[in-house]
Design a protein around this ligand. Structure first.
Ligand SMILES: *Cc1c(COP(=O)(O)O)cnc(C)c1O
Length: 377
């Protein structure tokens, strides 16, 4: 059996090696390493795939969030609402820009932003809501957009884990996640559903003036060469990464389907185990399973992880410390946060390997490995 890994980017690469190698060679031949044709092509193809007007490539997903926030003319102390139960990048940029992170709780079933918690967190200083489409399913965007509109607040979607996910509105219209809010941000980190062979990111919007501004911020605040109108940063997607992403974008739907197949295999196997709560999905969204994250009920999680590790089955806790308990926010918030669902989930979630290259033999082995832990008890 092939060694089981949380992600297997090598095997995925080998399946498309010829195409990828040719695309890289083309960039090398062109010597246009920065802002080359590959970047333009990929950006266009991604805009078409997402059905969004503007895609601004940048260096990584964290920059994408930062550039989005920099474009909104925010003032120090303005409040940005984000879930605490997410990867740190979402809130880190808030603090970096001297804005105030306001943590809200998540829904215990979908792990995404809880609407009631969001409503309670809104104050006159709230300027932005940053929902995270965690693990690959959409946050409740229709309700979030309605609340944002009512209070005149911007919405930046953190779509780093859900590229390709579809959201269905109550009137039946569908949109890709990342294209519903005023701005969407994503990451092409190698392990993401659309992963480069290095860092990369992108920002999406249908607002032309925001698009112009964000492109300018990502390029030293430059309106024309050597004329810098606003303070920006240097955040670019390399041509080589764009060329690779261009190849992989054509496979994205197929990759997401492969992840869904793994998830339903796990779901079938685990639905009869009382101690496991399998991941559930809201009906307004598809699920592209960036992670397969289950909850363990009445189980010693450390013992469970040790059991899997003894069988060389990797697993991870995403994330062991929620944002509101991170030391980096310790001094900033003389504030305690009441986020009971986040605290509960943090203590009981466990993510199993899920990626595009898992085979039947590996899946059978993992499922048996999990089951034997519960038979022991
Ligand atoms: C990966 C990720 C990011 C950051 O992306 P990078 O490319 O690593 O900077 C932001 N938010 C979430 C939810 C992520 O999973």
């Amino acid at each position: 059996m092939r060694k089981i890994q949380m992600v297997d980017t090598k095997t995925q690469y080998l399946a498309i090696k010829n195409e990828v190698d040719a695309a890289i060679e083309e960039v090398l031949d062109s010597a246009a390493y920065i802002n080359g044709k590959a970047v333009k092509d990929f950006t266009q193809h991604l805009a078409t795939y997402l059905k969004v007007d503007h895609v601004i490539p940048c260096a990584n997903g964290t920059d994408a969030l930062q550039i989005a926030m920099m474009a909104l003319d925010l003032q120090p102390g303005d409040e940005i609402i984000t879930p605490s139960f997410t990867y740190i990048a979402t809130t880190e940029v808030v603090a970096l820009l001297q804005l105030k992170p306001v943590f809200v709780d998540v829904d215990p079933i979908t792990y995404c932003m809880d609407i009631e918690s969001l409503q309670k967190a809104i104050t006159p200083k709230t300027k932005v809501i940053v929902p995270v489409h965690l693990y690959g399913q959409a946050a409740p965007m229709e309700e979030i957009m309605a609340i944002a509109k009512q209070h005149n607040i911007y919405v930046i979607e953190d779509n780093a884990q859900a590229i390709g996910c579809d959201y269905t509105f109550s009137d039946g219209t569908k949109k890709k996640t990342g294209t519903i809010g005023h701005i969407g941000a994503t990451s092409f980190y190698p392990s993401k559903n659309l992963g480069a062979f290095g860092d990369g990111g992108a920002i999406f919007t249908n607002d032309k003036s925001l698009a112009t501004k964000m492109a300018m911020i990502a390029n030293h605040g430059q309106s024309q060469r050597y004329y810098h109108d606003v303070v920006g940063c240097n955040s670019r997607l390399d041509s080589i990464q764009a060329a690779i992403l261009n190849i992989k974008l054509a496979h994205l739907n197929e990759y997401n389907q492969a992840r869904q197949k793994v998830a339903s295999y796990y779901n079938n196997a685990f639905s009869s185990i009382n101690e496991i709560v399998i991941p559930a999905k809201a009906n307004y969204t598809t699920h592209v399973f960036h992670q397969y994250t289950m909850q363990l009920k009445g189980v010693d999680r450390d013992a469970f992880i040790a059991h899997l590790n003894s069988k060389e089955i990797p697993c991870m806790i995403y994330y062991p410390v929620p944002g509101h308990l991170q030391k980096m926010f310790g001094n900033q918030n003389n504030q305690t946060w009441d986020l009971p669902v986040t605290d509960t989930l943090t203590a009981c979630v466990c993510s199993l390997p899920i990626h595009t290259e898992m085979d039947e033999e590996q899946l059978t082995y993992i499922v048996e490995g999990v089951a034997t832990f519960f038979k022991k008890d």
